[in-house]
Design a protein around this ligand. Structure first.
Ligand SMILES: *[C@@H]1O[C@H](CO)[C@@H](O)[C@H](O)[C@H]1NC(C)=O
Ligand SMILES: *[C@@H]1O[C@H](CO)[C@@H](O)[C@H](O)[C@H]1NC(C)=O
Ligand SMILES: *[C@@H]1O[C@H](CO)[C@@H](O)[C@H](O)[C@H]1NC(C)=O
Ligand SMILES: *[C@@H]1O[C@H](CO)[C@@H](O)[C@H](O)[C@H]1NC(C)=O
Length: 383
């Protein structure tokens, strides 16, 4: 216990003062006199500190959409009701996967990039935006698309270099873990809009565009020092309450037209990551098989401690699949369940914090699903 506290105090001082080594030494003299005797240990701890950078969509958005002209916002009750007790902008009753990952990695909650006053990046930052995809066309103008998220990250890396110096910033960016949840909106949005994209591109071509854009982003982050990447694979998009209620006529059946996209995505993504591992220096990755994970919980909720797998806790229409939780998006009347922890889905797209926690545990220290990949605990521990 004692050691833990000393380590934390040192990690803190090392992070705060490392921009100027001499200043760090002075601060140490005045504030942490005891740490003088373990100056080496101090830099050792700093060497183990790995930030968490988060990219993607509403599965990961911790509130960036609160600050843009977004259609998809969760800044009203009952979002956040279980854990935070106020709406943070997260599409859930409580925490999301990256919140748990930060906790397991002994990091604080990682703030949204657009949150005013947030310029402290040594623990990482969250760029994810609800509704966003890998393609700029996906809800263009109403989300922060992946390319823009990358440009924000470039800014962060610039700020870090200025503050910490090139070497220190580079080291931190190399130890950092980069988490992604992206692609779901690219595949669902064209069906929502009945977009001509569905007729212009084959499934193969369209998934290729998504993979191509993901590749660009990974390569750019790798160029700036990034080495450790974690991905969610594609959810069973066909059986989300939203897809049942709002796509394919709204009769309540799973919407099978989107399935080939999700399935191909889940074939291509591990292939891509394996390829990048052979091409990019030091590249390591983790992948969470969300498809089977969620599919199992939808079909057999009681096996995993839930009562309801198919319908959402909050919303209206068949399976509560009409996105109306909170009554702020056109539809005023909606249903809210009494006991959130009985449900896999919180609203028509998104999961409850109980389900996210199960995902996060598997992501953190579960057995990697693909040979050559790691769990996130291992990624954080690599130096
Ligand atoms: C870059 O980061 C700085 C400091 O966090 C911020 O003031 C500035 O607005 C950012 N610029 C862009 C383009 O995001
Ligand atoms: C989508 O658009 C195509 C071409 O404009 C049209 O033929 C088709 O009926 C539309 N489908 C739906 C579900 O509205
Ligand atoms: C990225 O997506 C755009 C469409 O938004 C496409 O034109 C481009 O070719 C894609 N890039 C790659 C490398 O596949
Ligand atoms: C809510 O549901 C969970 C899981 O089924 C159960 O353990 C708990 O006792 C329930 N709480 C209430 C107040 O009914």
């Amino acid at each position: 216990m004692e050691t833990r506290q000393v380590e934390d105090a040192n990690a803190f001082s090392a992070r705060r003062v490392s921009p100027m080594a001499e200043f760090g030494f002075h601060a140490c003299l005045f504030v942490f006199c005891t740490s003088l005797v373990i100056t080496n240990a101090q830099s050792q701890i700093s060497k183990n500190h790995a930030p968490l950078f988060i990219f993607g969509d509403s599965l990961f958005d911790a509130g960036n959409n609160n600050y843009i002209d977004a259609v998809l916002k969760a800044d009203f009750w009952p979002y956040g009701e279980t854990f935070f007790k106020y709406p943070t902008g997260r599409f859930s009753d409580g925490r999301l996967v990256p919140d748990y990952i930060a906790e397991y990695a002994k990091l604080p909650l990682i703030p949204p990039y657009l949150q005013p006053g947030n310029h402290e990046y040594t623990n990482g930052v969250n760029f994810a935006s609800s509704g966003a995809g890998a393609l700029v066309e996906t809800r263009q103008g109403r989300v922060i698309d992946l390319q823009t998220q990358l440009s924000y990250f470039k800014n962060v890396s610039r700020v870090m270099r200025k503050k910490l110096g090139d070497a220190e910033a580079q080291a931190l960016l190399s130890r950092a873990v980069y988490l992604f949840s992206v692609g779901g909106n690219d595949y669902l949005f064209p069906f929502e809009e009945n977009s001509s994209v569905l007729r212009t591109y084959s499934v193969q071509q369209f998934v290729g565009l998504v993979m191509g854009n993901i590749t660009t982003v990974i390569k750019e982050i790798h160029k700036m020092g990034g080495r450790k990447f974690g991905f969610l694979d594609m959810l069973p998009l066909n059986c989300l309450p939203f897809s049942r209620a709002s796509l394919g006529g709204g009769g309540g059946a799973c919407f099978e037209k989107v399935t080939p996209y999700a399935k191909l995505h889940n074939k291509q993504l591990p292939k891509l990551l394996r390829k990048l591992q052979s091409e990019l220096k030091g590249f390591k990755y983790s992948i969470l098989p969300c498809y089977s994970f969620l599919d199992q919980r939808i079909k057999h909720p009681s096996k995993y401690g839930f009562k309801v797998g198919e319908a959402a806790c909050c919303g209206s229409g068949p399976y509560r699949g009409i996105l109306s939780c909170g009554g702020k998006t056109g539809v005023k009347d909606y249903y809210l369940c009494h006991n959130v922890s009985e449900y896999v889905f919180f609203d028509s797209f998104h999961l409850t914090e109980k389900a996210y926690q199960q995902f996060a545990k598997q992501f953190w220290n579960g057995k990697p699903s693909i040979s050559g990949s790691y769990n996130l605990k291992a990624l954080f521990e690599f130096n």
